[in-house]
Design a protein around this ligand. Structure first.
Ligand code: DOR
Ligand code: ZN
Length: 354
């Protein structure tokens, strides 16, 4: 047994959890998919797979094809289950939503404001345009997954989430009170409070990087592109609120890594891509956060129960075990013909997945 820094209560050297799921994941395609899928499939039984490919996954047929490619890329013996999403556009029809809802394998629809992030050019230009699809989602019980940032160039990058909540999300939720919404990868106390104060149909995912780091990480001794993701890391006061939410036991908050691999050269560039690759060590990063709060006993609910319950899916029956053991994350990994730099590359983790 070791001692928890937050509470000086004894904490275990080994924890066994119901197998968790990742409720927000980028798997990419082709050789990149094959490179990153095994790390996720080792830890998680299922994952909500983001649709921001090129071209984006806008139809149920495209989601079906992508799902087949993911299944084919699984390591031998893996029973990892991809849960598919559609990419909402100004032209998504209610009929397409009905097809998705009837498919059984499309579990949600992702809202990217056009231009907000990686491969979001086909996203929604004004929420009004997507209203027929959003109404159909409310009717069919299909959750909306929101990348909550305004794209207004006049709004400071660090305020884009707060302004999105005020200008877009709060009015949308008021207009469609039956729509189930997951505020993805929230980064601010503003978004956290919005979720806390909303009804049970409004939830949020939290990433390892937003729980572990504040925006200083992007500028520590020089520019650190591997700590750049969107929404961008925020001030420490926001991080503290996110950690409170994650470790509180509130079922509105659950695990979503937003693991978003980009080839090294595309991040270490003139105009570097946004995204942190955290699938390697994903569960271990969360364990570090919960341990620092003296809340390891709440990790299982956050990682393995709340998301499944929100999506109305059964909790997993298998288990995973984490042991207290220091290990060093690699400096880089193969990524098809490229290489990939994981979150905290070359640094240490204090928990290891058995
Ligand atoms: O940092 C990010 N990377 N944020 C997103 O919203 C998209 C993601 C990606 O696909 O690379
Ligand atoms: Zn994402």
């Amino acid at each position: 047994m070791a001692t928890s820094p937050a509470s000086s209560r004894p904490v275990p050297d080994r924890i066994t959890l119901t197998q968790p799921d990742d409720w927000h994941l980028h798997l990419r395609d082709g050789a990149h998919l094959a490179a990153v899928l095994p790390e996720t499939a080792r830890r998680f039984a299922r994952a909500i797979v983001m649709p921001n490919l090129r071209p984006p996954v806008t139809t149920t047929d495209m989601a079906s094809d992508y799902r087949e490619r993911i299944l084919a890329a699984r390591p031998a013996g893996s029973r990892f289950e991809p849960l598919m999403t559609l990419y909402l556009t100004d032209r998504t029809t209610p009929q397409e939503i009905e097809r998705a809802a009837a498919s059984g394998f499309v579990k949600a629809v992702k809202y990217y404001p056009a231009g907000a992030t990686t491969n979001s050019d086909s996203g929604v230009t004004a929420v009004e345009r997507a209203m027929p699809a959003l109404e159909a989602m409310q009717r069919c019980g299909v959750p909306l997954l929101v990348h909550g940032e305004v794209t207004d160039a006049a709004v400071d990058v660090f305020d884009r989430e707060r302004v999105f909540v005020e200008r877009v999300l709060a009015p949308l939720v008021a207009r469609l009170p039956g729509l189930r919404v997951v505020c993805e990868h929230i980064t601010t106390s503003d978004a956290a409070h919005f979720v806390l104060e909303s009804g049970p149909g409004i939830a949020a995912t939290l990433t390892p990087q937003h729980l572990l780091y504040n925006r200083n990480a992007i500028f520590a001794g020089g520019l650190r592109p591997h700590y750049y993701c969107l929404p961008v890391l925020k001030r420490e006061e926001h991080r503290k609120v996110l950690v409170e939410c994650a470790t509180s036991g509130n079922p509105k908050f659950f695990l979503g890594t937003d693991s978003a691999p980009h080839a090294r050269h595309t991040k270490e560039a003139d105009c570097g891509c946004a995204g942190c690759y955290n699938a390697l060590g994903a569960l271990e990063f969360y364990a570090e956060v919960f341990e620092a709060e003296g809340a390891l006993d709440r990790l299982e609910a956050f990682a393995s129960h709340h998301g499944a319950d929100f999506y109305g899916l059964p909790r997993n029956s298998g288990t995973v075990t984490l042991v207290r053991e220091r290990w060093t994350l690699p400096a880089e990994l193969p990524y098809g013909d490229d290489t990939l730099v994981p979150l905290r590359a070359g640094g240490e983790l204090g928990w290891r997945l058995l």
